[in-house]
Ligand binder design. Structure first.
Ligand code: AVI
Length: 321
């Protein structure tokens, strides 16, 4: 239980929903999009033609497999550690190449969900029987610290999907600094960063006509309804996306179409919305080389090189400490 002023909360979800909805302007964190339904909606987003990020990163790993893998090489072998492995579709390109080349490495996918890890392990055992897979259940830094304590061989840390973009710059520096703190010697970090591009391309990726992103954004209200016994009328909110080409921030909002009042029983909280009042729900930051270099410098990392797709929509950077 957490206590914030006079209120007691049973979970971080309760605490953060309360904090965000009493604040002005209102906000909720995009990390709460992801329950079972949210995970499925995100899978659907990644398969949409407008959501270019997944195809671009797949394309980069497919086109530059050998050059990327050669950067990782080490005479005593290495551990390939992936933060948030998902279904491993993109990583499998690297695993196949490394396995075909008889490279000495172990693959250590980290995920909070044991179920996701079990599914991944099953498919990898079938597809790449030669690859040694050591799944690690837990939070990223818990597991990274544990691995660094007992294992002294070279670490290659993968963080794909431009997931860093869901963090504000200050939070991203905090995250990268924590990664740097578990890196030593010639350890490497291989990370995806979605790049600035035509603003319409970005808006289309986050505002698809079929309404999948809208459903993903609104899932946060369904979760509050289901898990915290609230009475949001989800249809009374608009999914609204903006992109600021100056800062490179794409932001998602839920906008109240009318003045309305919502009651959240688990928080004993009444929330009033004015007509056209917003809840900020997600940031999806777009980057340039200069910004990535600045983030690296602030976090004590160095950019070694980067790989991009033919449109330069997306880049994967390699860093060392
Ligand atoms: C997980 N993350 C990097 C996605 C993004 O692009 O910000 C989540 C997402 N939100 C809307 N569409 C996809």
């Amino acid at each position: 239980m957490t206590n914030s002023n006079t209120k007691t909360f049973n979970s971080t979800f309760e605490k953060e929903v309360n904090e965000g909805l009493v604040a002005f302007p209102k906000y909720l964190s995009s990390k709460w999009f992801y329950d079972k339904k949210g995970d499925k909606l995100f899978q659907d987003i990644m398969a949409m033609p407008e959501y270019y990020l997944t195809d671009c990163e797949y394309n980069i790993l497919d086109t530059h497999t050998a050059a990327i893998a050669n950067q990782f090489n080490s005479p005593e072998g290495f551990d390939l550690i992936e933060l948030g492995a998902g279904d491993g579709k993109k990583t499998k390109l690297l695993l196949k190449y490394l396995s075909d080349q008889n490279v000495n490495f172990d693959y250590l996918p980290i995920d909070i969900s044991q179920n996701a890890l079990d599914q991944l392990e099953e498919s990898l055992t079938k597809e790449f029987p030669k690859v040694s897979v050591k799944t690690q259940q837990g939070t990223y830094f818990e597991v990274l610290e544990k691995i660094s304590e007992y294992n002294k061989r070279k670490k290659i840390i993968l963080f794909l999907g431009s997931n860093i973009g869901n963090l504000l710059h200050e939070q991203a520096i905090n995250f990268l600094t924590k990664v740097k703190d578990v890196m030593s010697g010639d350890d490497m970090l291989f990370m995806g960063f979605d790049q600035k591009k035509h603003p319409q391309t970005i808006l289309d990726a986050y505002n698809d006509k079929a309404g999948i992103t809208e459903a993903f954004n609104k899932n946060i209200l369904h979760r509050i309804n289901n898990e915290l016994e609230a009475n949001f009328n989800v249809d009374n909110f608009l999914h609204w996306e903006v992109y600021d080409p100056e800062s490179g921030s794409a932001k998602s909002y839920l906008v109240s179409k009318e003045a309305q009042t919502v009651y959240i029983k688990a928080l004993d909280l009444t929330v009033n919305f004015n007509a056209w009042e917003s809840i900020h729900t997600e940031i999806s930051q777009k980057y340039t080389d200069a910004v990535v270099e600045w983030l690296a410098e602030e976090s004590g990392l160095k950019v070694v090189t980067n790989f991009t797709d033919e449109n330069k929509y997306y880049k994967n950077y390699i860093f060392n400490a």
